[in-house]
Design a protein around this ligand. Structure first.
Ligand SMILES: CC(C)[C@H](C(=O)O)[C@@H](O)C(=O)O
Ligand code: SF4
Length: 467
């Protein structure tokens, strides 16, 4: 028999095994905090007169509500200002390390953890944020929690959890040039649906996954949640160890050697059984884009928007009609003919240095189309600095794109970077539901390469479409 990777990490963290229908109590190694889901949790501690049990395992950053221009000015929006001020007060009072706006380590919580080497194989990582699944790329068991659970973890460093089911997502073969991990995960979600992963921890496996960089792996695990999964994981390997070595919180010397020895054991045993399995042929994949209002409504860029007239099933036809109506699209239109107003390159899905490099590679020597605005928002201030060191900011601004400070930005409408009603974007983020990027805004989820090519041509495009 043997165990899956997820089961191994779970077993290694049981503080108290649940009896009967009770949940297991798990130890939490790393608790990430941001301004949106933490205020009530800290308030709960305050009312109960409790301290934060392990401030050394807790780290906070400002990301959702921060503007990405004029960050030295007070936040203009009163709601956002209150959120950020509250986080600052709470972190000060409870002794939690915080990276505020303007700090060299500030950024989106899921970019900051890995960057600091805090996210490590075999650990349990939680945050009051669904995209905590990102950290599973290191072989960590990482999942989003609600605000009352945030309070529980702050108070006890443990969490009662019910066991999950496991699903193997085998990505076999080799990705073609120009096809990225974003295309893989959009194809996985289109295949299994936005509810297909419900109750499961997904383990991404196979040759194509092993060939991916750490950042590309994070993109895949990040969107596990869009398939409805509890978490996503990838077994750690040399790529993982190389990424971690020398990072501020990575083990050193003899501790490093011991850690690597342990990390090497973190793989699904031969013969271990998954509750479900799905296989994707990497060789057959091409750039993928969404046309609808959920992340499962995606197709290869070379195809046409589904025509409701071709759909026999009433419920399915209605869902497509409704999505096309909101999106302002005609069934049967080639995806390549869909014109956008805005291109957003950023978010915890695709706001890392490799994403910026990929997009800059396409934009170098080219211009953003006249009626298109392009926002480039690094996932963290460290990513921003690295990009500037490499001159990528100059490539973006020379092309006519806006170069911003770090934050969630246009991934969601909680800060000034938003779509106006009816505006259409090609966005490297992870969610495309109605109003996600601003009331009435229309979102097409794409990879950084497609985002850059789309900015140049003004319609959904891949770099192959450029002269
Ligand atoms: C605001 C936060 C709770 C939310 C999440 O949990 O994912 C946000 O990050 C998102 O991407 O929608
Ligand atoms: S970048 Fe987007 S998905 Fe990621 S944490 Fe921020 S709002 Fe959520």
């Amino acid at each position: 028999m043997g165990n899956t990777l997820a089961e191994k990490v779970w077993e290694g963290h049981i503080v108290r095994r649940g009896e009967g229908h009770e949940p297991d109590l798990l130890y939490i190694d790393l608790h990430l905090v941001h301004e949106v889901t933490s205020p009530q949790a800290f308030e709960g501690l305050r009312l109960a007169g409790r301290p934060v049990r392990r401030p050394d395992l807790t780290i906070a950053t400002e990301d959702h509500n921060v503007p990405t221009t004029g960050i030295d000015l007070p936040i203009a929006d009163p709601v956002s200002r209150t959120q950020v001020d509250t986080l600052r007060r709470n972190c000060e009072e409870f002794g939690v390390r915080l990276h505020p706006m303007g700090d060299a380590e500030q950024g989106i919580v899921h970019v900051v953890g890995p960057q600091l080497g805090l996210t490590q194989p075999g650990t349990t990582v939680v945050c009051g944020d669904s995209h905590t699944s990102t950290h599973g790329a290191f072989g960590a068991l990482a999942f989003g929690i609600g605000t009352s659970e945030v309070e529980h973890v702050l108070a006890t460093q443990t969490l009662p959890l019910r066991p999950f089911k496991t699903m193997a997502v085998n990505v076999e073969g080799t990705l073609r040039p120009g096809v990225t991990s974003k295309d893989v995960i959009l194809a996985v979600i289109a295949k299994i649906g936005t509810g297909g992963g419900q109750g499961y921890v997904l383990e991404y496996r196979g040759e194509a996954i092993r060939q991916l960089s750490m950042e590309a792996r994070m993109t895949i695990c990040n969107m596990s949640i869009e398939a409805g999964a509890r978490a996503g994981m990838i077994a750690p390997d040399e790529t993982t160890f190389e990424y971690l070595k020398g990072r501020p919180h990575a083990p050193e010397g003899a501790d490093w050697d011991a850690a690597v020895e342990y990390w090497k054991t973190l793989r699904t045993d031969e013969g271990a059984e998954f509750d479900a399995e799905v296989t994707i042929d990497a060789d057959a994949l091409t750039p993928f884009v969404t046309w609808g209002t959920n992340p499962g409504q995606g197709l290869p860029l070379g195809e046409r928007i589904p025509d409701p007239a071709d759909i026999g099933d009433d419920a399915e036809r209605y869902a497509v009609e409704k999505a096309l109506d909101y999106m302002g699209l005609e069934g049967g239109t080639p995806l390549r003919e869909v014109a956008v107003d805005t291109v957003f390159l950023g978010s915890c899905t695709n706001g890392r240095i490799e994403d910026l490099r990929a997009a800059a590679g396409v934009l170098d020597g080219r211009k953003v189309a006249q009626d298109v605005r392009m926002l480039v928002v690094p996932g963290s201030m460290k990513v921003r600095l690295q990009a500037e060191t490499e001159g990528l900011d100059e490539v973006f601004t020379a092309a006519g794109a806006e170069w911003r400070s770090a934050g969630c930005s246009m991934c969601l409408g909680m800060n000034p970077d938003q779509l106006a009603p009816g505006e259409r974007s090609a966005s490297t983020s992870n969610r495309n539901f109605e109003g996600r990027q601003g009331k009435g805004g229309r979102t097409h989820l794409v990879s950084p390469l497609v985002a850059a090519a789309t900015a140049v041509r003004g319609t959904l495009s891949s770099p192959e479409d450029l002269d």
